[in-house]
Design a protein around this ligand. Structure first.
Ligand code: PLP
Length: 416
C-alpha cells in the first residue's frame, strides 16, 4: 500500500473504506463541546455497540416477567449462543471454546490442568514483560505446587539493544529447556510492545520437547486472524472487553484443544462443567462434559454475556478477514505518518504487519508529559510505564482521518 502524507488522502481512504459505516454502530465518546474524541483505546476497552442496550434489556425483561422460569427456558444454556461465533473468531471447533469467568481467573483454571510440574519437568516459560496479572498468576501457581519461581520460571528477554523477541531465540530457549519444560504461556500480542508471536512455531517447538503450550489472547481476540485448532495450541484464554467491545469486566473465553476433551487429569471442577444430562440430578460425582464446557465452574453471567452477544453479531457480520484487512491498512497508515513526520518518535512494535495487530507502541521524547497533553486535547490512548504510549486504532470504529489528526497533533505538541 502506498500512502500519502495529506489529510485529503486520509479523507479519500475514509470515503473508500468498506467498513466506514460500522462506526455508526458504536457510541463514540465526545468532549464537553460534543465533538468526537480520538478514541485509540480499543486495546483497553472497546466502545459500546449501540445494539447492546436492546440485548441487555431483553434479558432484563425476561427476568422481570419470568423470574426463575427464565433460567429454565433461556439462561440455562445461554452461553451456548457464544460457542459457534467464538469458535469462528479464534479458529477452533465450537466444542473447543466456551465463554466463562474473567481472564485471570481462567488462566488459573487452565494452569491447574496444563501446568502440573513433576520432579523433573517443572519449568514454565513466559515472555519477559508479560502482563502483570499473568506474572502474578503464574508465580502463585508455581508456589501453589510448593516450588519457587526462582528456579522454575523462565522469562525470555530480547537480545541486548532490541525490544522484541526473535522467534529463533524463543525456539532455541524451548529446545534448551527441553525435558524440564512443563508449560509455555505467552501473551499474544504482548500488551506493552504489541509484538505478535508466531503461535504455530512456538506450539510446535513446545510439543517437540513434550510441553503444553498456551496463550493469553487478551490482545489477540478480535484483533488477529487465528487458527488455534490447526496450530495445535493446547489452551488459550482471553477477555472480551478490549477489541471485542463487550463492556467493562465482560466475561472471558477459553480454548481447549479437542485432544484434551477426555481429560482425566487435574481440573478444578464445578457444577456447570457437569454432564448436562445429569447436572440437575444433584449427584455427588463429577462427570465432566467432554468439551471445553467441562472446564466451566459456575453458571453463565447472563447480563455480562448479553453485550458480548451484541458485539459478536457485528464481528460475525463483518468477518475477521475484512476486519484484519482494514486494521493492517489503518495501523500501516499510522506507522507511515509517524515515520514520515515524527523522526523523534520510536516505534517499538514490529514493522512487519504479520508480527503486530492494531496497536503501535510509541516511545516519545517527553514521555508521560506528552501523553498528558494528548489526553488534554481529546486523544484517548494509554500510557504504560516505563516509557510507552500505546495507540490502537480499531478497524470497526476508527477513521483514517483520526490517525492523520492524531499524528499532526502529536507533532504540534512535540514542537511546543
Ligand atoms: C494481557 C492481559 N492479561 C491479563 C489481563 C487481566 O485481565 P482480567 O482483569 O480480566 O483478569 C489483562 C488486562 O488488561 C491483559 O491485558
Amino acid at each position: 500500500m502506498t500512502y500519502k502524507n495529506s489529510r485529503i488522502f486520509a479523507e479519500t481512504l475514509d470515503q473508500d473504506d468498506p467498513l466506514g459505516a460500522y462506526r455508526e454502530k458504536f457510541h463514540y465518546p465526545k468532549n464537553i463541546n460534543d465533538n468526537d474524541l480520538i478514541y485509540f483505546s480499543g486495546n483497553s476497552l472497546g466502545l459500546q455497540p449501540k445494539s447492546v442496550r436492546t440485548f441487555v434489556e431483553n434479558e432484563l425483561d425476561v427476568w422481570e416477567k419470568k423470574g426463575l422460569l427464565g433460567q429454565h427456558s433461556r439462561w440455562k444454556n445461554f452461553h451456548e449462543r457464544l460457542l459457534e461465533n467464538t469458535a469462528r473468531m479464534v479458529g477452533g471447533d465450537s466444542s473447543e471454546v466456551v465463554v466463562m469467568n474473567a481472564l485471570t481467573v481462567n488462566i488459573h483454571f487452565l494452569l491447574i490442568s496444563f501446568y502440573q510440574p513433576t520432579e523433573t519437568r517443572k519449568k514454565i516459560m513466559i515472555e519477559n514483560g508479560a502482563f502483570p496479572s499473568d506474572q502474578y498468576a503464574i508465580k502463585s501457581q508455581i508456589e501453589f505446587h510448593g516450588l519457587s519461581p526462582l528456579d522454575t520460571l523462565i522469562e525470555l528477554t530480547p537480545r541486548e539493544g532490541e525490544s522484541i523477541l526473535r522467534t529463533e531465540d524463543i525456539i532455541l530457549a524451548i529446545k534448551d529447556a527441553n525435558q524440564e519444560l512443563a508449560t509455555v504461556m505467552f501473551g499474544n500480542p504482548n500488551y506493552y510492545t504489541g509484538q505478535v508471536f508466531d503461535m504455530q512455531a512456538i506450539t510446535n517447538a513446545g510439543h517437540d520437547v513434550g510441553a503444553f503450550v498456551g496463550f493469553d489472547l487478551a490482545h489477540g481476540t478480535g484483533n488477529l486472524l487465528m487458527n488455534l485448532h490447526d496450530w495445535d495450541v493446547d489452551f488459550a484464554a482471553w477477555c472480551s472487553y478490549k477489541y471485542l467491545c463487550a463492556g467493562p469486566g465482560a466475561p472471558g473465553g477459553i480454548f481447549i484443544h479437542k485432544r484434551h476433551h477426555d481429560w482425566t487429569n487435574h481440573r478444578f471442577a464445578g457444577w456447570w462443567g457437569q454432564n448436562k444430562e445429569t447436572r440437575f440430578n444433584m449427584g455427588p460425582d463429577f462427570d465432566p462434559i467432554k468439551t471445553a464446557e467441562g472446564w466451566q465452574v459456575s453458571n453463565a453471567p447472563v447480563m455480562g454475556m448479553a453485550p458480548l452477544l451484541a458485539a459478536m453479531d457485528i464481528f460475525d457480520e463483518v468477518g475477521m478477514n475484512a476486519i484484519r484487512k482494514k486494521s493492517e491498512k489503518l495501523t500501516g497508515f499510522l506507522e507511515y505518518l509517524v515515520i514520515k513526520i515524527l523522526p523523534e518518535v520510536t516505534i517499538i512494535t514490529p514493522e512487519n504487519s504479520t508480527e503486530r495487530g492494531c496497536q503501535l507502541s510509541l516511545v516519545v521524547p517527553g514521555g508521560k508529559k506528552i501523553f498528558d497533553d494528548l489526553s488534554n486535547r481529546g486523544v484517548v490512548c494509554d500510557w504504560r510505564n516505563p516509557d510507552v504510549i500505546r495507540v490502537a486504532p480499531h478497524p470497526l470504529f476508527n477513521r483514517y482521518t483520526e490517525v492523520y489528526d492524531f499524528v499532526i497533533m502529536l507533532k504540534q505538541i512535540l514542537a511546543e
